[in-house]
Design a protein around this ligand. Structure first.
Ligand code: 13P
Length: 252
């Protein structure tokens, strides 16, 4: 039995206005009493919905999360959002390195290191996302890709406070084709062994590693039933309150 508390994180991506986020919260909070307390829950709306959702989540155990953060604290960076701005809104966790940003914004490990630094300075937990493309998997490069992506943590002498990792194989995201539990477990073990090399086995054993990519109420229990899978980072299935509640239940 793992000592790590399970965590399920909703990544709404570019979905839901502030009003729609509020409607979700109302429905989801009504379901919350029927869900296991042992499962941590976080919701990452788009930036414009953070404040409204944050107000509704005050005094609940549900964490407010952001989908990204800028590498700098402030300055001439039009359109960007900094860690202190997120902190001010009550954000407790932020995604870094999502594959959609790796792909669309060409962000690299050096940038992710700086983002994680900004988050840690502001006592926000980094949720660092890694995962290979189909081409990389087919080419037998999954291990190399994960090792390269994990170098974003190299500059940290000790484990960044609150760090959570999400393994999200790119080919599983939004495709309806989730990784098999065995595939996910293999990748999670590799990620944990990379953490162990840097920070020692004892520390590595405390880090939650979530699986993401086409998690649904139908496959969640099988995935989350694996000792190595500490919960999920969920896109599509997190948009509907009843579905998201089913995922939280499956992680309990
Ligand atoms: P889906 O759950 O829609 O496949 O998205 C996964 C994801 O990218 C979460 O960050």
């Amino acid at each position: 039995m793992s000592s790590r508390a399970p965590l399920v994180v909703a990544n709404w991506k570019m979905n839901k206005t502030a009003r729609e986020a509020a409607a979700f919260a109302e429905e989801f909070l009504a379901l919350r009493p029927s869900l296991p307390d042992s499962v941590g829950v976080a919701i990452a709306p788009a930036f414009p919905a953070l404040e409204r959702l944050g107000r509704l989540l005050t005094h609940t155990q549900i964490l407010l999360a952001a989908q990204d953060v800028h590498t700098e604290t402030k300055g001439a960076n039009t359109g960007e959002v900094s860690a202190p701005m997120l902190k001010d809104l009550g954000v407790a966790m932020a995604l870094v390195g999502h594959s959609e940003r790796r792909r669309d914004r060409k962000e690299d490990e050096a940038a992710f290191t700086r983002k994680i630094e900004r988050l840690v300075e502001n006592a926000i937990s980094p949720l660092y996302c890694v995962g290979e493309t189909l081409e990389e998997r087919d080419g037998g490069k999954t291990d190399d890709v994960l090792a390269r992506q994990m170098t974003a943590l190299d500059p940290f002498g000790s484990l960044p406070a609150g760090l959570v990792i999400a393994y999200e194989p790119v080919w599983a995201i939004g495709t309806g084709r989730a990784a098999s539990p065995a595939m996910a477990v293999e990748a999670h073990r590799q990620i944990r062994s990379l953490l162990a090399k840097r920070y020692g086995e004892g520390v590595a054993a405390t880090v939650r590693i979530l699986y993401g990519g086409s998690v649904t109420p139908a496959n969640a229990a099988t995935l989350f039933g694996e000792e190595e899978i500490d919960g999920g980072l969920v896109g599509g299935a997190s948009l509907v309150p009843a579905d998201f509640a089913a995922l939280v239940k499956a992680a309990g």
